[in-house]
Ligand binder design. Structure first.
Ligand code: UD1
Length: 344
């Protein structure tokens, strides 16, 4: 039986783009997802892009027996764990749900990895682990500040669980990828970010506003200590991010890790303000965006961007696409959404 890569949350935004890059690199992919924030049709679109259909099982990772069956039925070589709740605001309202889903899913996977002798896992961490850092850009050794939300806290706790597990078990090989702000879509416009309901994140809100689905974009905060007063993030094209997973997986499988717990910043190294993103969107698409600057969103930090030199050097990976590419591809995808998903 061929060895397979288990992608939890593989029908989601980052998971689906990573599935495509893995299949294109010759890996066989098994996706598990509860479809709570993604659509089953994504499998058809992955197949259309790659010519190969991933294996798929619908399950909730908190259901130990369900995920155990997947390990029994497929010879899993490594795991890439995307599946998690990720809305910062919702996490403040429902902290119990966030701790339950994000932490118990990881604990179940780690237990099964030991039971089935699977050593490698790539974990979807986030720049949120740094909180509001005192010094920018953030390097991997920048100390964690207290998390700004229960969501952020779950990512810090999951990294601690992984570090402790690596200390206790030499056979485990973990790479945490600390994503900055992934945006954009695949060049085929067959997969992209598909928020269910009102988007929380900036770029889908921009594209939905330009498409006439939302009356206006609210820019949260114009009085930050930044050159134009709006908050700064490090936006990264989702395809660049997906490729970082393939590189990390090769590193893990080929035993190239320098220690059994590694973590990398995955960003571009460039900070862009909300107004920079809007300008880039208007320039690269020719669309005019209706927006208004309003009050700050609670839980938001002022600015963060990555020092990516460690990831560039150690992984031999570098983000290639710029903000205009991210915006143009996000818009092309938005234009396809009504055709691909007429009921949305
Ligand atoms: C946050 C987390 C990130 C997480 C992501 C998942 C931090 C630093 N980042 O990203 O780890 O993966 O949520 O959802 O905690 N904005 C507007 N109007 C809008 C929406 C957003 O002005 O309608 C602004 C925000 O205030 C922010 C920027 O756009 O300054 C980006 O926001 P968003 O796309 O929601 O991502 P983060 O909050 O940075």
């Amino acid at each position: 039986m061929r060895k397979k890569i288990l992608l939890t949350g593989g029908t989601g935004f980052i998971g689906s783009h990573t599935a495509v890059e893995l299949i294109n690199s010759g890996f066989e992919v098994v996706i598990v997802d509860d479809l709570s924030n993604s659509r089953i049709e994504v499998l058809d679109n992955i197949e259309q892009i790659t010519g190969k259909r991933p294996h798929f099982v619908k399950l909730d990772l908190r259901d130990f027996g369900a995920i155990q069956n997947v390990f029994q039925n497929h010879q899993i070589e490594s795991v890439i764990h995307f599946a998690a709740k990720k809305a910062v605001g919702e996490s403040v309202e429902k902290p119990g749900l966030y701790y339950d889903v994000n932490i118990n899913s990881l604990l179940n996977l780690l237990k099964l990895m030991v039971d089935f002798d699977v050593s490698g896992i790539i974990f979807s961490s986030s720049c949120t682990v740094y909180g509001q850092p005192e010094v920018l850009p953030v390097t991997e050794s920048t100390p964690f500040q207290p998390a700004e939300s229960p969501y952020g806290n779950t990512k810090q706790i999951c990294e601690e669980i992984l570090r402790d597990s690596c200390n206790a078990n030499d056979h485990l090989k973990v790479i945490s990828l600390r994503y900055f702000n992934p945006v954009g879509a695949h060049e085929s416009s067959l997969i992209g970010e598909l928020p269910i309901g009102v988007p929380d994140n900036l770029v889908p809100f921009i594209t939905q506003t330009a498409a006439g689905l939302r009356p206006e974009l609210k820019v949260f905060g114009g009085d930050y200590d930044t050159p134009d007063g709006t908050a700064i993030r490090d936006y990264i094209h989702v395809v660049d991010l997906a490729k970082a997973h393939v590189v990390a997986l090769d590193r893990s499988i080929n035993d190239l890790q320098k220690s059994n717990y590694e973590f990398f910043n995955v960003g571009t190294g460039h900070g862009s303000s909300v107004l920079d993103v809007i300008k880039s969107f208007e320039k690269s698409t020719g669309e005019k965006l209706n927006y208004n600057i309003t009050g700050r969103r609670s839980g938001d930090i002022e600015k963060i961007f990555a020092d990516t030199s460690f990831a560039n050097r150690e992984l031999g990976w570098k983000a290639e696409k710029g903000l205009d590419d991210m915006m143009a591809s996000a818009w092309e995808w938005q234009l396809q959404v009504p055709k691909l998903f007429p009921d949305i």
